[in-house]
Design a protein around this ligand. Structure first.
Ligand code: F6P
Length: 327
């Protein structure tokens, strides 16, 4: 028979994402509802190793659902990659009889959870908290909707000035390995070209179509590029475009970390609350090493190792639609 969890720990790890606080709130309050003790682990796995762990009560998560960032803070811990670090971390959990963990983070955090759980037999439940949406087993991730809306608002502003000056703008959005922010924000702002790591970037084809547009006096053109595109980021794309199209008035904008901050959208608060609630329910039901995702508005469980191994597929159809709509 599965051992029943009594004391659980929650942590946020890796790059922060808007909605992490809403998820922490849901985990703490669901845990308390079931009579569990809930501990907040500061700075992700780093705080687990340094024994920076505090017991949470219902009030400790008051007034945070609307706040970006994470009250638990976050980090990427090198020490947790070593067995000695994980051993220290486990000893600190044992001191408090913590027998279940909720990890809110991205692929690196899930890999750490999987290893930790295999070594010390502690059930871990992952919640996908990343703006990049580069995890499979869920239609969305906590923070993606906010990040993409931040990008859309920024690009709309850029559009006003690029239109006034008849300029070609290259906007770089986040996404080290994934093009979701670029794809969604690019479509929503009417970008002429969207460059993402998941598809082969055809620079020659792009120049050809921009030349044709220039001939018919369409001078306002928007290129949205994901930072992880195989050709390079906005600077590399701008250099190439200027070389091939010397008459174009080219400007560059890198949106950067503003995409990671800000108050979470309603969608991210809902997703985080839904997933946070089910993270605790699943620990109580005896689930281990699973990621809680949402597919077609229903909770869906994926083994942690599968969630990080497989990336979400970008629908090729969208790239065709982009070309037609931006003609
Ligand atoms: O949160 C994911 C991400 O936004 C990536 O797209 C980006 O490359 C990375 O974080 C940058 O994070 P940091 O500046 O914290 O290293």
């Amino acid at each position: 028979m599965e051992k029943k969890v009594t004391n659980i720990g929650v942590l946020t790890s890796g790059g922060d994402s808007p909605g992490m606080n809403a998820a922490v709130r849901a985990v703490v309050r669901t845990g308390l509802f079931h009579g569990l003790r809930v501990y907040g682990i500061m700075r992700g796995y780093a705080g687990m190793i340094d024994d920076d762990i505090k017991e949470m009560d219902g009030r400790s998560v008051a007034n945070i659902i609307q706040r970006g960032g994470t009250i638990l803070k976050t980090a990427r811990s090198k020490d947790f990659m070593e067995f000695e670090g994980r051993q220290k971390a486990f000893a600190n959990l044992q001191k408090r009889n913590i027998d279940g963990l909720v990890i809110i983070g991205g692929d690196g955090s899930f890999r750490g959870a999987q290893t930790f759980s295999n070594e010390f037999d502690i059930p871990c439940i992952g919640l996908p908290g990343t703006i990049d949406k580069d995890i499979s087993g869920s239609d969305t991730t906590i923070g993606f909707d906010t990040a993409v809306n931040t990008a859309v608002q920024a690009i709309d502003k850029i559009r006003d000035t690029m239109d006034a000056h008849d300029r070609l703008f290259i906007v770089e959005v986040m996404g080290r390995d994934a093009g979701y922010i670029a794809l969604h924000s690019g479509i929503a702002t009417g970008a002429e070209n969207i460059l993402i790591p998941e598809t082969k970037t055809d620079m020659a084809g792009m120049i050809e179509s921009l030349t044709e547009k220039e001939k018919r006096k369409k001078l306002v053109n928007l290129i949205v590029v994901a930072e992880g595109d195989e050709f390079g980021g906005a600077a590399e794309v701008a250099k190439y475009v200027k070389e091939k199209l010397p008459t174009a008035d080219v400007r560059v904008c890198v949106l950067g970390h503003i995409q990671r901050g800000g108050s979470p959208t309603c969608e991210d608060r809902l997703v985080a609350s839904h997933m946070g609630y089910y993270a605790v329910e699943s620990l109580i039901m005896g689930r281990k090493n699973m990621m809680v995702g949402v597919i077609n508005n229903k909770i869906h469980y994926t083994p942690l190792d599968k969630a990080v191994k497989e990336k979400q597929k970008i629908g090729q159809e969208w790239m065709k639609i982009v070309k037609i709509l931006a003609s």
